[in-house]
Design a protein around this ligand. Structure first.
Ligand SMILES: CC(C)(COP(=O)(O)OP(=O)(O)OC[C@H]1O[C@@H](n2cnc3c(N)ncnc32)[C@H](O)[C@@H]1OP(=O)(O)O)[C@@H](O)C(=O)NCCC(=O)NCCS
Length: 195
């Protein structure tokens, strides 16, 4: 792995400033058309976002978006982690997970979404650094007062995305086939955050 020092990884501050909002917008609208096969969203949808829509993506204490800054202050990578247990809308895609895990234990679920590093800066360990920072945030996040429910991190991965899958495996995630596997090209990856 190359020396990571020229790159700084930061959590976007909430409430988001106008400058950060415009930088994040530029980053997303650069990333979506470059690797469209790996995103749940797409360029056309987000290019039509209003200022309010962009703020909704970022202004919440139940989500954290991390970005990679290059030495010239250009944003060249990102990852968002969502505390789904704090938001029913966010939790919806993960219903049925208990069935997949083979138990009925209640858990706080943190979803990792939107991982992207500019192709000019890949294989420098930035993807893994983004994941580690997102996991640290999830471990420290308090979803509800006096809530000591176990925490897991989860993501949906395209079977064909060998690099993403290998990277998350290196960070301790395990593949769990989706209950409805066969319907699509994706499966779940899961990590226990209390270990
Ligand atoms: C997935 C992605 C974020 C990885 O970013 P990155 O900064 O290059 O990640 P890292 O440098 O931390 O790790 C990449 C690992 O993959 C390895 N790798 C790179 N290219 C590879 C290839 N073609 N085949 C196999 N492994 C490869 C690297 O060697 C590295 O492993 P190492 O730590 O053993 O050296 C980046 O490739 C990307 O943005 N891809 C497109 C978008 C995407 O797939 N996002 C995820 C779904 S939303």
């Amino acid at each position: 792995m190359s020396d990571p020092t020229p790159f700084d990884i930061q959590k976007i501050t909430v409430p988001i400033s106008a400058t950060d909002l415009s930088k994040y917008k530029e980053l997303r609208l650069t990333s979506l058309p470059k690797d469209p096969q790996f995103f749940g969203s797409n360029y056309k949808r987000e290019a039509a976002f209003s200022e309010q829509d962009w703020k909704y993506q970022l202004d919440s204490t139940n989500k954290a978006t991390f970005i990679v800054k290059e030495s010239n202050d250009k944003w060249i990578g990102t990852l968002t982690v969502l505390a789904t247990s704090s938001d029913l809308d966010l939790a919806a895609p993960f219903q049925g997970l208990g069935v997949v895990l083979g138990d009925d234990t209640n858990r706080n679920i943190y979803a990792m979404v939107g991982l992207w590093v500019d192709s000019a800066f890949r294989s420098k360990g930035l993807g893994q650094r983004l994941i580690q920072q997102a996991l640290s945030w999830a471990r420290e996040h308090i979803p509800h007062e006096n809530d000591d429910t176990a925490k897991i991190a989860i993501l949906e991965v395209h079977r064909s995305n060998i690099i993403e899958k290998a990277m998350y495996q290196k960070c301790g995630f395990k593949v769990i086939p989706k209950a409805e596997s066969g319907k699509g090209d994706t499966e779940w990856m899961i990590k226990d955050l209390d270990l």
